[in-house]
Design a protein around this ligand. Structure first.
Ligand SMILES: [Zn+2]
Length: 84
């Protein structure tokens, strides 16, 4: 149980770091609003933000506009979870 919690924590931590890096890269202020699609600006729901699982279920696309953000986020989140 403790190992599973550590893996989940590391996946969430990696996802958060990726989000912050992406916002800094696009000059978006940190902490202004929840995660959103860079193309359609639609605010993402909690079930769109589950590390690795959401990207797999959505095939790396935005649920609303089908913009392809790719699977590399899921790969990095999975790598971060496993390294932790
Ligand atoms: Zn979108």
């Amino acid at each position: 149980m403790q190992t599973l919690l550590i893996i989940l924590f590391n996946a969430v931590l990696t996802s958060t770091i990726l989000c912050l890096a992406e916002r800094l890269n696009h000059n978006i202020p940190l902490g202004i609003k929840r995660s959103f699609c860079f193309r359609c600006q639609h605010q993402l729901s909690w079930y769109d933000l589950i590390p690795v699982i959401s990207a797999i279920l959505l095939h790396g696309h935005c649920r609303h506009c089908q913009f392809k953000f790719g699977m590399h986020y899921a790969h990095i989140e999975l790598l971060g979870a496993m390294i932790g």
